[in-house]
Design a protein around this ligand. Sequence first.
Ligand code: HEC
Length: 101
Amino acid sequence: MIRLLPLSLLVFASAACANPFPNGNAQAGQKLFEQYKCGHCHAAMLGGDGSAIFTRADSKVRNANELVEQIRFCSGNVGANLSAQEEQHLGAYLNRYYKLK
Ligand code: HEC
């Protein structure tokens, strides 16, 4: 998976202690999450609303870049071609669980 990082990613990666998704809107992210039915597989895997996948002990996500990577990977699952802006929205929403800095 060799590709150039979008500029937005580089910008927030360099702002170490700030909000990692400054251009994201958590409410817009929640809408996208519902629109793409992101929770369906996670719920099938873990029960409930599936959000336990974000807080599981062996979470794959340690930082904002990894969260965006995972959002991209999973958006392939739903055939969504997310824009950088949509990734930021989803990141801002999911950071309610991750609380990444
Ligand atoms: C086809 C099923 C499926 C769909 C639909 C899906 N996911 Fe996932 N998701 C998975 C699986 C499987 C994993 C666990 C991957 C692993 O362990 O490597 C996962 C893991 C994740 C994680 C990482 C959890 C962690 O902390 O380890 C995030 C974040 C995530 N998904 C976001 C999304 C988003 C956003 C969408 C909607 C665009 C979505 N997923 C749709 C199957 C799906």
